[in-house]
Each structure stands twice: as structure tokens, then as C-alpha cells.
Design a protein around this ligand. Sequence first.
Ligand code: RM4
Ligand code: MN
Ligand code: MN
Length: 394
Amino acid sequence: MPSHEHRIHAALDGFHIELPSWGFANTGTRFGKFLQPAAAVTIEEKFSDAGQVHALTGACPTLALHVLWDLPDGIGGVGEIERLSAKCGVRPGSINPNLFQDQQYKHGSFGNPDPVVREAAERHVADSVAIAKALRSRDISLWFADGSNYPGTANIRQRRTWFIESLRASHARLAAGQRLLVEYKPFEPAFYHTDIADWGMALLFARAAGPQARVLVDTGHHYLSQNIEQIVAWLLAEGMLGGFHFNDRRYADDDLTLGSIDPYQVFRIFHEIHAFAHETGALPDIAFMVDQSHNLKGKIEAMIQTVCVAQELYAKAALVDHVALADAQRRPDLVRAEGILQDAFATDVRPAIRDWRTGRRLPPDPLQTFRESGYLQRITAERGARQSGVSSYA
Ligand code: RM4
Ligand code: MN
Ligand code: MN
């Protein structure tokens, strides 16, 4: 078996994680926003900040874009995105349609009882697919705020049928190689029922949509104590896991820093992926993405911290001895099997990760280097001088 160091380095070589453009902008809660002078307002600033994170970590080559916020002129914005991408060294990643902010979506988008609104939503997704094609982005990532607040006010089965119709129509617009990712969320903003409430509904919708649709698991979108790694294992077995939105949560969809509350949960998710790769001989083709929007922490620092935590947990999971684990499971030697996971989780992988960074001409401590770089001071002064800065999100 290769050395720990070798396994960690090989794992990190293959580990990329996409940053969200909206994670660099001013956002807040429904109670208020605490504005940061350094927050990105323009798409140029978002690309610039993402470029910093990638330059320091070497792990974030793509930036997720939200169509309404980042391409307000639709396909007309593609040229500017290409220019910024080349300038900042970060490619456009998943394309996220916005099907929740416009007034017409008050009662839903694909599930709206009004056919005119459903059509508008389909058109927006079609535009998003066209944008993704023009940018050579693979994934169109769908999250719906659709649902209802009061029992009896929505025909749940009818809305399901409308969803299937619109998902099929959207899928039909995909080019070969593109994917439609279907995200689920149990509640919020709808508080009685959500049209895609859990992974089972997302799986059935993805299957109904067509062969290029997959499920997107946002780690914050589960009920308390749900076994997320089991969902991951099932979706892997079904060939239906498309990607992740990573964040942590304590109560609900809190958008906390990945691993800040339960790092062992993240480790167990990564373990299922490594175990699948060990058994099948190939890493599954999954998009790892961050979906965090920090209201209080510095946004760029929070992203660097997140990426470093993700690398650590991914590296720890790569240390699990799958041959020994399979043997312990077969016997079964329960204590030994569990101990194999615990030993990997307890391993301090930081020295090996520092070596990996040094070997790739990256700073051994990206956060420290960022703090010493002067970038934050510079953008705080430049961007703080202007008054606006409130993004429309959250
Ligand atoms: C949702 C979900 C989506 C994100 C929106 C803005 O909670 O996580 O992925 O696009 O927030
Ligand atoms: Mn999400
Ligand atoms: Mn969320």
C-alpha cells in the first residue's frame, strides 16, 4: 500500500471544488444585512476574489454563476465573462438559473398554477442552458423555491406533474455532455410543503427529466440527524449523484462553514466516495461545489478556510484502508471496522498537505498568505469608497 503522504497527494491532485459567485457578495438573513466594505458587487470583483482563492489554494478552477445576478443581460454577458475568466484564471462553472426572485414566482416556477409563469420559468432555464453552452459549462444547476405555506392551498400531485413536464422540456435543450442537476430542500422559503423536498423526489424528477439529469446534494438541506452519507451511497450506486453544494448546518439551512459543526459527517461522505472508487476502479464524476454565503465572516477568508477544510477531510478519507475495512466487515469485526474509519479521521494530514502545496508552488498556509498579501486592505479601500453594495440575494 502506498505511503500516507502519497495517498494524500494523489487525492489532492484530483480534488477540485467550485466556488459560488454569490459567496463573495453582500448577503444577509431575512432580518438584515451587515454590509462589508470589501464585498464584491460587480462580476469583475467576484471573479477577482475567486481568482485569489484559486491562486492560493490551487483547488478552485471554476466559479458558479447565478444568471440573474451575474448575467443580467443574459447571453449578452457571455463575452464579459470570458474576458474576466481569462484575466482572473478561473473558468465559469455551473450555471444557476434564478427561479425564485421575480414577483411572478410568488406561487412557484415550474409548479406555478399559471401556465404563463411556468412558461416564463422554462424560458429562463432555456436561456440558462444557452448561456452554459456558450461558456462551455457542463452543469445547469436547478434549485426551486417552489412550495406552499398552508395545507390545502396547493395540489401537490398536480404540481409534481407540471414539474415533470418542465424538467423534460428543459432537459431536451441540453447539448451532449451537459447535465441538469436537481437540488432538493425540505423547507424554506416555503414552510408547509416544498415541491422537491428530499433526495427521493429529486431522484424521481431527475430520472423523469432524462438521461443527463442528476441529483445535487446540498449538505445543508436535510433534517437534523439525517444520514447524509447513506443518501450519497445510494445515489452513487444508482449512478445518479451529480454533485454537492457544501456547507455546514446546526439547525436548518444555515450556510455555515463546511465542517465547522460536524467534520466527521463530511469525512463520512468523502469516505463513501473513496470506497465507491476503490470498488469500481474509478472516481465517480461528481461536481464538488461550495454553497455558502457568509453574513459575518470575511468572505474571501471564509472561502479559503472552507477549501482548506475540504482538502483536509478529503485527504483523511483517502487514508481509509479499504482492503482491511472489507475484511473487517466480512468477519465481521465491528470494533476494527469502525476503528479503521476513526484512525483515518484522527490522522493529522496537515503536514502532508503543506508538502503537497509546496511541491506545487502554492503557499503552505493559504490563509496566512492571503492575510499578508494586502489584497483585502486594497479592495476594502477601493470598494468601500463607493456607497452601494447590497446584492439582491437573501
Ligand atoms: C438555496 C440553495 C441554492 C441557492 C439558493 C440561493 O438555499 O442552496 O443552491 O442557489 O439558496
Ligand atoms: Mn444549494
Ligand atoms: Mn441552501
